[in-house]
Write a protein that binds this ligand. Structure first.
Ligand code: HEM
Length: 179
């Protein structure tokens, strides 16, 4: 995972709980020094370890922390790359651009990023399915990012996620209902 993701995790902890809390987390971590350069890659295990320590400290399940992190991550990525948001009038159009535009641009900015494959399909009932595939199985992070994007576009949504790689499926179908 790119250093930028670690930098934003650090920002989330410091904004919520202060610098001492982040230093405590780093003290407990076996695999991280705490120095992350935005454009460099670090093993995913380092991120998972830090998230695991945060879950323990807050006594919360990983799903809650990872989803909240996804939402926070989106707000910080959108500050850094606001042009991607401005190019779209609504959430549906934005989500449909992630794979063919945004992550393509990310791949030009960052050397060898680990990005998921995302496909979007309109459903007859007006919902939209975002099909996520990645060996990292970070579908809950994707949910958080989608909630973060909905906030940015001031749109109320709900998500269902019954087809999931964590339940043995080859991909995750995250169904977005626009209210
Ligand atoms: C709702 C919108 C988005 C979704 C659902 C999404 C999804 C994801 C997911 C789930 C990952 C983790 C890697 C994986 O699962 O294999 C990821 C990585 C990443 N995404 Fe996105 N993304 C979104 C928007 C953006 C935006 C706006 C940017 C900003 C330019 C961005 C930049 C990145 C970067 C830098 C990484 C890390 C790549 C790496 O560590 O090598 N994404 N994205």
């Amino acid at each position: 995972m790119k250093g930028v993701v670690f930098n934003i995790l650090e920002e989330m902890v410091i904004e919520g709980y202060g610098m001492d809390a982040w230093n405590d987390i780093l003290d407990q971590a076996q695999q991280s020094t705490g120095i992350f350069i935005a454009f460099e890659s670090y093993p995913d295990e380092q991120l998972f370890e830090l998230v695991g320590i945060i879950c323990e400290k807050l006594n919360q399940p990983a799903e809650i922390i990872v989803r909240a992190f996804g939402e926070f991550l989106f707000s910080k990525l959108s500050e850094r790359y606001h042009n991607f948001i401005e190019d779209h009038d609504n959430l549906d159009s934005f989500l449909k651009s992630i794979h063919s535009v945004i992550h393509v641009e990310v791949a030009k900015l960052y050397v060898d990023p680990n990005l998921p494959t995302i496909e979007c399909f309109d459903n007859p009932d007006g919902t939209m399915t975002l099909r996520y595939r990645s060996p990292r199985k970070l579908c809950i992070l994707a949910e958080g990012l989608i909630y973060g994007a909905a906030k940015e576009y001031k749109q109320d949504i709900s998500l269902t996620h019954d087809v999931c790689m964590h339940k043995g499926s080859e991909f995750c179908d995250i169904v977005v209902s626009y209210k």
